[in-house]
Each structure stands twice: as C-alpha cells, then as structure tokens.
Design a protein around this ligand. Structure first.
Ligand code: F6P
Length: 316
C-alpha cells in the first residue's frame, strides 16, 4: 500500500498535480478527513508494511447516503480524480461514487488475495505468499523432527490463490482449497485425506503438511483436525496463520508492481481514462473497466491446480 501511495504522489507531482490523501479508506472521504501529500510525505515509506493513510472497512458505502457523502467531499475539495487502492469491495464503491460525482476514478488492485480479474497479480499478494512460505518452512522443522502432521490454514477469503501458491512453493504434501475440495461432502473429503496421508506414511513416516484455504469448512483447520481424529483416528496439529500474512516488509515484487501501477494510474488519468482499474497482464500495463473487474473473482489457474496434483502423485 505504501509503495503505491508513494508512487501516485511522486508521479502526480511530476505532472504538477496536487494529491490529497484521505484517511481510513472511504471513511476519510465521508468525514472529509484528508491532507495534502507532498513528495516529502512519502519519503522513506516504500519498505514499510501497512499504510500511512490507514485503512478500514466502510459499511456506509453500501448505502446511497455514504456514497453521496463521499461525492460531497470530493466536490467540496474540488477534486478532479479519485485513486482507490483496494479489492472488489472498494471498486464496487468506486463505481457508485463515479455515478453521482462525475469526476474521474481509477483503481489500483490492492489485496493479498490476488482474486481480482484483469491483472496477473495484486499488490500485497507476493509479500503474503512469501510470509506463508517462510512460516511453513519453520513449521516443517517441528513436523520433521516429530514426524508430525500439520494443517496450516492460510488467508484468501474465498480464493485459493494463496493456498495453492504457498502450498506448492513450500512443498506441502496436500493443498485443500475451493478448487479441489467439496465442502458439501466433508465426510468423503476426510476419507480421501486420510487415504492420502496413510499412503505416504506407509512409505515414509516423516513430516506431512496440509495447506488449507480459510473458509473452506466451518471451524477451519481446528475443525478439520478434530474431524480427522474423530473419524479416522489421525492426529494433526492445526495452525492458523491469520493476519501475519497481511503485514511486514513488502517484498521486491510488490514494491515494483505498486510503483509501476501508481505511475500508470496517473498517466492513465492524464490521458482521460476513467472508471478503470490499472493492472498488469503478461508484464504489460492493462486498463480494464471496473465493471469488468468486479464481474467475477479471478480463478486459480488450472495449471497451478494440476501442478499440485501431479507433484503429489509423484510423492504418493
Ligand atoms: O481480503 C484480505 C483479507 O486478508 C482476506 O484474506 C481475509 O479473509 C480478510 O481480509 C480478513 O479481514 P479482516 O481483517 O477484516 O478480518
């Protein structure tokens, strides 16, 4: 987030465009809580996690009252263009704001979930998956030493992007996610998991790590561990990584993506673009209509799902 804010401010400055940063997401726009941001204000922030502008959920944006208040603040401050860094919820709000306001709007994809269409990656995803990999590498030490089975639950809301990418890169024995797990038939899934564990353990009684996407079953990793114990007498240790994945020093890939997208956003606005998200597809800048972006969440590529399946087949 900070790398993106910095880039927007510096790029705007190079075009002599003034920037006002609003605090706490849309709440800052509802309450007219903002301040000018100069290049000096964004000095020394690229390496910091979080956001100097703070962030917040904003339920008011689901109402026309909230949307009108945002438009009122934008008009009052004589703002020409609004740049929003966020996910699909933020973009839905942005579409509504543009309808009643009339200024230019542009979105930057900012979410660890990498679930936004029309961009290969979202800002924050690479840092989150590196954090996940790092955590599992550490968990692996205990799992190896004690020949234990772990279930590690990762964030992602309703997307398996984090689970699959972390699972593959940390050599997890299994990845359980929306793409390969039937939440309506948990009993059958438990039997399959048990079967796979036993197959591997017969050959080699070492560590076994299951990466699991959050929101896959009620009660998440802890419930899955209880079910495996109760139904098939398999002991697992559950670990929920949680908000650790949302913070920390951003990795190079995120800093670069955020910087490139911030610059492209300002360039896009100066070219007259509006109601679009600026993303990156196949290494090239890509502007897509916000309506298109929010139509559906990006699916995990079948290539990634298959890679996990094939790698597991080799070890099984
Ligand atoms: O969308 C980002 C995300 O971190 C999801 O992965 C997660 O489900 C959610 O936000 C957590 O939100 P909160 O911090 O409000 O509980």
């Amino acid at each position: 987030m900070n790398a993106a804010i910095r880039s927007v401010v510096l790029a705007a400055h190079s075009y002599d465009i003034e920037v006002i940063g609003f605090y706490h997401g849309y709440n800052g726009l509802i309450n007219d809580d903002g301040r000018p941001l100069t290049p000096l204000d964004v000095h020394g922030i690229i390496h910091k996690g979080g956001t100097i502008l703070k962030s917040a959920r904003c339920p008011e944006m689901l109402t026309s009252v909230g949307v009108n208040q945002v438009a009122g603040t934008l008009l009052k401050n004589k703002i020409d263009a609004l740049v929003v860094i966020g996910g699909d919820g933020s973009f839905k709000g942005l579409i509504e704001v543009e309808k009643v306001w009339g200024g230019k709007t542009i979105g930057l994809p900012g979410t660890i979930d990498n679930d936004l269409d029309c961009t290969d990656y979202t800002i924050g995803f690479s840092t989150a998956i590196n954090t996940g990999i790092d955590a599992i590498d550490k968990i692996r030490d205990t799992a190896d030493a004690f020949d234990r089975i772990f279930i590690v639950e990762l964030m992602g809301r309703h997307s398996g992007q984090i689970a699959f990418n972390v699972g593959i890169a940390s050599a997890a024995e299994q990845v359980l996610s929306f793409e390969n797990f039937d939440s309506n038939d948990v009993n059958n899934e438990i039997s399959k998991i048990a079967n796979d564990i036993l197959c591997v353990k017969q050959k080699y009684d070492g560590s076994y790590i299951i990466v699991m996407a959050e929101n896959l079953i009620d009660g998440g990793a802890f419930n899955l561990a209880s079910l495996l114990k109760a139904k098939v007498n398999i002991d697992c240790t559950a670990c929920v990584l949680g908000h650790i994945q949302r913070g920390g020093t951003p990795v190079a890939k995120d800093r670069l993506l955020a910087t490139k997208l911030g610059v492209s956003a300002i360039q896009g606005l100066t070219e007259g673009r509006t109601s679009v998200m600026v993303g990156e597809l196949n290494n090239a800048v890509n502007f897509s209509a916000l309506d298109e972006v929010i139509k559906q969440n990006k699916k995990v590529s079948p290539r990634i799902v298959n890679a996990q399946k094939n790698i597991f087949a080799l070890t099984n």
